[in-house]
Design a protein around this ligand. Structure first.
Ligand SMILES: [Fe+2]
Length: 378
């Protein structure tokens, strides 16, 4: 039974590992508070966190890539490490090997009902989001963190919010999909975001396949024009978005290995910004480019559902609904908001159950109370 046996988090780890789906790989991310060298063992095979053959220890976050099919088949893995006492040029001093073992529960291809919990816009709040994210308990199959989990990248420690939310909901036992938000682009550590979070060879946009679920993760970058004074001439997101137009076209050209592959039952678009929506100035950017993204997705990929955040609201917008200004490719779940009242600070996320040709969307708070719900026909 999943999430039933959890080995305690080692004292050297700042959070349980996160197992992030990216393309045909999982990226395991383990934040540490002590210099360590680290690798993951699956069966007899070792996957190292190394820099061209040198085991990394001058880092606070280990990132280890393993083939998805290998971990899925094994259903368990070990995070192995040595504490580094002194990394001298000759005869460095390290501890014996320590290991943390975990079960892993992939989504079986034949599984009909998939429980997904979506969190975005935590903006640094890990406690309430974790409470909300545990809605499905040990029935959770997939966690989605969809941008603005931290408020900005002004300091490296803020990344712990991401790792603690993932670790304290998934315990390293189920997959997580991660996407970037506009606040993730701000501050001096933003240019190192890809070192501390899951990416596809450095790129935060990618596809993934988890059992019957196929998805594409897109990154809109900032939400105002590149020359907006708030950014002080530090961003070039127009070109970054153009690169993703080509990426979407490449995915379409590989349809048979992607969304049209055998046994794909659910197609998801995951984007922090619901880009079919045209917001008020100065947020009304890239109308032509986002209209083209919508067209490509709508005419070729034909997704079942788009999952977004950013608006700090919780609702479902059908095709042609009130935030559909560019030709939505699918119904959009806008799925996270905080509650701040005199009596209560809380967080509402989206508990999404995919089953057959429907998606049941429950918006739930940290007390596991359903505050709103919508049924969607896919
Ligand atoms: Fe946002």
């Amino acid at each position: 039974m999943k999430l039933e046996h959890i080995n305690p988090c080692p004292q050297e780890f700042d959070a349980f590992p996160g197992v992030y789906a990216v393309d045909d790989k999982y990226e395991l991310i383990i934040p540490v508070n002590t210099p360590t060298v680290m690798w993951v063992e699956i069966g007899e095979k070792k996957y190292y966190d190394d820099s061209n053959g040198i085991l990394r220890s001058d880092c606070t976050t280990h990132k280890i890539t393993v083939p998805m099919d290998v971990l899925d088949d094994a259903g368990k893995y070990s995070v192995c490490y040595r504490v580094v006492y002194e990394r001298s040029p000759y005869h460095p001093s390290l501890s014996d090997v320590l290991c943390w073992e975990s079960e892993f529960y992939p989504i079986p291809t034949e599984q009909e009902q998939i429980n997904v919990y979506h969190i975005s816009d935590a903006h640094g709040d890990s406690d309430h989001t974790v409470d909300a994210g545990r809605y499905f308990g040990n029935k959770l199959n997939l966690l989605i963190l969809n941008g603005d989990i931290i408020d900005h990248c002004g300091n490296a420690a803020s990344f712990l919010t991401i790792h603690r939310i993932t670790g304290n909901i998934s315990y390293g036992q189920i997959p997580t999909v991660f996407s970037k938000g506009n606040h993730d682009t701000r501050g001096k550590f933003a240019e190192r975001f890809h070192e501390l979070t899951p990416t596809n060879n450095g790129k935060p946009y990618f596809t993934f396949r988890l059992g019957p679920v196929w998805g594409i993760v897109l990154d809109c970058g900032e939400d105002k024009p590149d020359d907006h004074p708030e950014y002080g001439n530090t961003v070039c997101f127009h070109q970054f978005r153009l690169n993703q137009t080509e990426f979407i076209k490449n995915v379409i050209n590989s349809a048979d290995e992607e969304y049209a592959a055998p046994d794909v039952k659910y197609r998801l678009v995951i984007s922090h910004v619901p880009f079919a929506h045209t917001n008020r100035p100065p947020f009304d950017i890239e109308v032509e480019l986002y209209t083209e993204w919508c067209r490509l997705l709508r005419e070729h990929i034909k997704p079942d559902l788009m999952i977004s955040g950013h608006l700090h609201q919780t609702f479902v917008c059908p095709i042609g609904g009130n935030i559909d200004h560019k030709g939505q490719p699918a119904p959009v779940v806008v799925g996270s908001r905080h509650i701040h009242t005199e009596d209560k600070d809380d967080f509402v996320g989206a508990a999404i159950t995919l089953c057959g040709n429907s998606a049941k969307v429950l918006f739930t708070d940290g007390d596991k109370q359903v505050v709103d719900s919508t049924d969607i026909t896919l």
